[in-house]
Design a binder for this molecule. Structure first.
Ligand code: FES
Ligand code: FES
Length: 153
């Protein structure tokens, strides 16, 4: 199996993997970073969202062989990321989480949005977050938390 060198949360890591292995499983199984979740495996739910080259991306459908030089940022780095910290604080103060399973992906998508558009409109929030599914139905609180995080940006 080939060896791939990745940059994840600012650190380099080398992993041996089949070229078709999705980034999600490299993160979870090889690098033991289990904050990124598996939901559907077909890019339909957003639970596995990470930043790839700064873009919110579905890690369940990104083969490791196609990652290239792009850096990966995961939920594990959000506590020390200025926007990530602000989003997580807003999540807590808005009491967003129910079961929590979808929330890593929700937060990573929200962080990508706020990095690109610090003061998003409701329509922009909806457009960015619309692909992230929450089986617990926390959508109203997620959107409120994004508005709250944007206020302090
Ligand atoms: S697990 Fe990747 S989008 Fe659902
Ligand atoms: S909080 Fe349970 S799936 Fe979103």
């Amino acid at each position: 199996m080939p060896t791939y060198t990745l940059t994840v949360n600012g650190r380099q890591a080398a992993v041996m993997a089949d070229p078709s292995t999705p980034l999600l499983w490299v993160l979870r199984d090889d690098l033991k970073m289990t904050g990124t979740k598996y939901g559907c495996g077909i890019a339909a739910c957003g639970a596995c969202t990470v930043l790839v080259g700064g873009v919110a991306s579905r890690s369940c459908v990104l083969p490791i062989s196609l990652l290239g030089e792009r850096p990966v940022v995961t939920i594990e780095a959000m506590a020390t990321d200025p926007v990530g910290r602000r989003v997580q604080d807003a999540w807590v103060s808005t009491d967003v989480v129910q079961c929590g399973y979808c929330q890593s992906g929700q937060i990573m998508t929200a962080v990508a949005l706020l990095r690109a558009v610090p003061k998003p409109t409701d329509a922009q929030i909806e457009q960015s977050m619309g692909g992230n599914i929450c089986r617990c139905g926390t959508y109203v609180r997620i959107r409120q938390a994004i508005r709250n995080a944007a206020q302090f940006g």
